[in-house]
Design a protein around this ligand. Sequence first.
Ligand code: HEC
Length: 182
Amino acid sequence: MNLPIDQLIEKLKSISGYIPPFRAAFPKEGLAPESIAKAIATYERTVVSGALPSTRGSKAMRKRSRNRQSADFTLFNTKAGCSNCHSGWNFTDDSFHDTGLPDGDIGRGKFFPSVIKMGHAFKTPGLREITRRGPYMHDGSVPSLEAVMDHYNNGGINRLSRSDQIKPLGLSNRKWASSLCS
Ligand code: HEC
């Protein structure tokens, strides 16, 4: 929530619904930095992404789903270059890149000021369940997957820190993005 921890505690304490469940779950600590961290960690362990559509349902359903998605997924892996960064089972290379978004936040550049490519670089997010968790990007500035595709298709801001993998793509059909990883 981008707040110093003491202000966060004050904020949560002012919301009456939080206090009894914290007391019940953490009788010794109550509402405290440690119990907040434990509560969030326990919540996160419940957020589990199931099988992809291509591995779910009957054999016939899986075949239909594969046929519909394979053209899109080929584009993802080839001309559009998405899999250069969104790679592996979780669709992330666990690395940091500048994708050319206009936000003034220099991201990873704060920690590596002398490395040009770390300017405006953010971690590549995984794409599991992507249709269900807009708005997109680190600042939530991109409202839909269609708008994400417009961004990649235009190539974003051309600056020194922008990844060499990001450039105008010249794709004509932007609808495919939303069917990729849901
Ligand atoms: C150079 C590496 C790179 C390439 C190539 C790339 N991405 Fe990304 N992608 C990222 C990074 C880094 C972010 C996070 C950017 C940010 O938040 O500032 C991101 C964010 C996204 C998001 C938003 C995820 C979220 O949870 O907010 C989507 C969707 C996405 N990319 C899809 C794609 C698609 C589709 C392609 C191909 C057209 C693609 N990406 C190509 C690195 C890349």
